[in-house]
Every structure is written in C-alpha cells, then in structure tokens.
Design a protein around this ligand. Structure first.
Ligand SMILES: [Zn+2]
Ligand SMILES: [Zn+2]
Length: 376
C-alpha cells in the first residue's frame, strides 16, 4: 500500500516557465480535496490548466462526471514546502497569493528562504499578502511564514505528514564568491505508516562545495533504505560532459553517480555495522560454550575496529546495495539549442541509468515528467 500520491505539475530546471519545479502531494489514503501539500511552487495554475486539457480527471471527478477545475484543485492547497527561494521554485506561490479561496496557507521553509521570499512580497515586486504571525490576521493575509529548522526533528506540516529538513549547498554567485547559497533536502514522512521519501532541492556536488552536507543527508537516509525510504527525488540539471566550472551549483550525471556511490557506501556501512552490532548484542553471543573469553575479546576488537575505522567498501561490495531504491531525476535544464532529438530529461535519465548499471548499484532510475502521477 503506497503512503503518498504525487503529481508532477512541473519538473524542469528552467528557463521554460511552463515546466518549473512544482509537485502536488497528498497521503495516499486521503482525497485531493482533503488538502494538498505543494512541494515547491515554480509553475502554478498555468501548468495545471494545460495538464487538465489532456488529462481532465488527474485529480478525480466531480459528481457530474467532469474533472475538477484547476482553480478548484489550487483551492485545496493547504501549505507550501519550499527548498529555496530561486524564482523557478517560488514563482507559483507569489503569483497565486490571494487568488484562491480558502484559509491562509503556510509556507514551510528555512528561515533564510522565508526571508528571501519575504523580499518578493515587499509591496513593490508584489503586494505583501504574508504574515509571520498566525493569530489576529488582517483579512488580506493569504500566506503565513513557518520556519523549518534543520535540527534533526520531524515537524508536522499537514495532516499525517511531517518533514525533517537538512541544509544543502547550492553554489556561490559569481559576484559574491565568499557566500554559499543554501538549499534544502526534505525527508517527508507519512506519520501513520512511518514511510518516507527524500526530496532534494537544487544542489552542488559535495566534491565541489566541500563541507559534506550531501554526505550528511546520505548518512541520515542510509538506515531507512529501502524498507522505510525507497524513493529519492534528486536533481540532475545538466547532461554528461558539462564541465565543473559551468555547473552553477547543480549536478551532472558524472557527479550524481559519485553522490549515489556515496549513498551506496553509507548504506553498506550501516548494514555491516548493524550486523556487527547484532553479533555482539545477541543474547546467545556470550552465552554459548563456543564463546571463550579469547573469542569474545577477538570479536570485540574486530567490532571496535569496524566502528571506529570502517574500511571503505569495494566496488564489488556495492553491487546491489541500492536494490529496491527508485531515483527520480528532476530539474533538467531545457535543451534550448535542440541538441537532442528527445526530451532532455529522458536523455539525462538514460545517461544516469547507464552509469548506475555499470556500477551495479541496483537502483531504478526514473525521469520525472510533467503530468506524471507517482505513487510512493
Ligand atoms: Zn532550480
Ligand atoms: Zn536554485
């Protein structure tokens, strides 16, 4: 039984404004009309109007047999969950503010991202329809800022859904090379079942950014894979061959495969240290006649070694480690010069799939596409 339903309203990395990062999410056992979480808000109602033309019952049908209108579906949005404030991730929430009936919606994001979004609602770029307060709101307030703190805790954001936020590096601006621009990764949990998925905002590879932020996300995900966490949304903005100095805070397949290798190694280490731990703590380990003090000491020595200085797994040991994991590729930048005869998201996903097969990690690679319905 899936935990979530997700519809891809937009998944491109720009500049085509009709297909920007935007995902509509609900618990699988709830109706869309019970409340939607908008995960990113790049494309908005324009993208949905287009999608409903070809698939009118994407969000179910009304009693008269007709599909729900785009405005109706948008009125069901209860909150937004935003990784960072770049326009290709927030355009929809700005343009849609105040346009749809319903109570004020929360925007869940880190404090810095909310401050950046606030700069758009300045009464200059867009009217200020937002509030940091939740009580005694003036009638024009349509959005309420809600801070997500990367504190290792899950914060409830909607009925049955909680989020654990971790910071990511998203590069530096050429005019301000000293400052890292932050993005975020979300562990989105279905509270009743404990099932989760991992959603990455835009990110720069750890090997360029330094600081090991992506590694920290992999280390957090590893113990959950694949029984509690089997779906990972991650960006790959560029196709193969894009040089490092032209990544602009994003991934290409060459870097993504190294990130997946880091995840595989982390999963391998988790499983192996768990096996060691079970070995030492199992009730029989010290109670059987075969456990002479010498053997126990030897095992303790071995375990101590594996906890404090785990040797990295070999390429062979990583084969099949990501079995049961689905990697959904998002945020592919548009192919503006017509270099490829197929959609660029399919080209990039094929390149990544080839690399994953070469290493034998076992993960399934899927290209996100606009209009796709994904059960998680
Ligand atoms: Zn982006
Ligand atoms: Zn970005």
């Amino acid at each position: 039984m899936p935990a979530f339903d997700l519809v891809v309203l937009g998944c491109g990395g720009g500049p085509n404004e009709s297909n920007l990062s935007s995902y509509l999410l609900k618990p699988h056992d709830a109706l869309w009309s019970d409340g939607i979480v908008a995960l990113e808000a790049g494309s908005g109602i324009g993208a949905l109007l287009q999608l409903l033309k070809t698939e009118p019952d994407l969000f179910g049908v009304r009693q008269d047999g007709k599909g729900h209108s785009a405005a109706e579906v948008f009125s069901w949005i209860r909150c937004y969950l935003i990784t960072h404030a770049h326009l290709d991730h927030v355009n929809g929430v700005v343009l849609g503010a105040g346009a749809f009936p319903g109570p004020p919606r929360k925007i869940h994001a880190t404090h810095q991202t909310l401050k950046d979004i606030e700069s758009l609602f300045s009464d200059r770029i867009w009217p200020n329809l937002t509030s940091w307060e939740e009580e005694n709101l003036p009638p024009y307030v349509s959005l309420i800022y809600s801070v997500l703190t990367p504190d290792g805790q899950y914060k409830p954001i909607s009925k049955d859904i909680s989020v654990h936020t971790m910071p990511l590096s998203h590069g530096r601006y050429p005019s301000c090379v000293l400052t890292m621009y932050d993005s975020a990764a979300f562990f989105v949990r279905h509270d009743p079942s404990g099932q989760e998925f991992l959603f990455f905002g835009d990110l720069e590879p750890d090997s360029i950014a330094g600081g090991g932020r992506t590694q920290a996300v992999w280390d957090t995900a590893a113990p959950l894979i694949p029984s509690r966490l089997s779906t990972i949304f991650i960006e790959c903005s560029w196709p193969m061959g894009r040089p490092d100095d032209m990544l602009y805070g994003h991934l290409n397949p060459e870097h993504l495969i190294e990130e997946l290798a880091n995840l595989a190694a982390s999963v391998w280490k988790t499983r192996n240290s768990n096996a060691d731990r079970e070995d030492t703590t199992s009730p029989s380990s010290d109670a059987t006649s075969t456990n002479t003090p010498h053997r126990v000491r030897k095992r303790q020595k071995r375990n101590h070694k594996s906890f404090s200085h785990p040797s990295p797994p070999s390429a062979d040991q990583l084969r099949g480690v990501l079995d049961g994991v689905r990697v959904v590729i998002i945020h592919c930048k548009d192919d503006l010069t017509g270099e490829y005869d197929r959609p660029v998201n399919l080209v990039i996903a094929d390149q990544i799939r080839g690399l994953v097969e070469e290493r034998g990690f076992g993960a399934e690679v899927v290209a996100a596409a606009q209009g796709m319905h994904i059960s998680i």
